[in-house]
Design a protein around this ligand. Sequence first.
Ligand SMILES: [Zn+2]
Length: 242
Amino acid sequence: MKSVARGRRLVLFISALILAINFMSFNCLAEENKKVILIDPGHGGMDGGAVSKSGVNEKDINLKIGLLLKGELESMGYEVCMTRESDEGLYSDNGTVRQKKIEDLNKRCNMKKNSNCDLFISIHIDKFQDPKLCGIGAWYSNNPESEKLANIIHENIKKDVNEKNKRLPKPAKEAYKVLRCNDTMPGIIMECGFISNPKELENLVNSDYQKLLATTFAKSIKQYFEGYEVKVEEEKVDSGIN
Ligand SMILES: [Zn+2]
């Protein structure tokens, strides 16, 4: 009996320890007045995301840009949390692929809440059948602040990365759970280009270009917190009446 009780105590202790570790890793303790930014490099582990013809995995580029962005933001004085900092998914070893994907997404959603973040940015790369399709685009969440952030990023992309970038920020509406869930802070998904476009892929694997994207995102986040707003020209509605 004694050993059973001891065994139970051990199980309880280990459970408490796991809980504590989880809590610590999900909680970014920011100094007062320091803004917390949660960066989410998309995919990871068994989930490579989009793959180029030459075998480049989206998850690896997402992580590189995410880590560079972390460095930029930290040097500006922000507190940064990451959903992942290595090539791993946020799932446990047991379970089917589908269960792992659900667990992974749920954990990213929980981190938005538990990190107490002031801003959420998820990093992804697009893929399309037509290799000609290119450009950087933002999906913004239903939180009214998200569109402001997306507009600033798009303006800076034109200024600093590619003046010919034609893509416009788009509302994600109900499309992406990672934006929809715990939507209490500005949240966007950055699609950093097309892995299926040879020229864009060449850029995306280049560390200078990755750094340029990271500095552009960081600069935009800073401007957003400083209250900068892009003046979006009001659509000229042609009523047909002169
Ligand atoms: Zn992706």
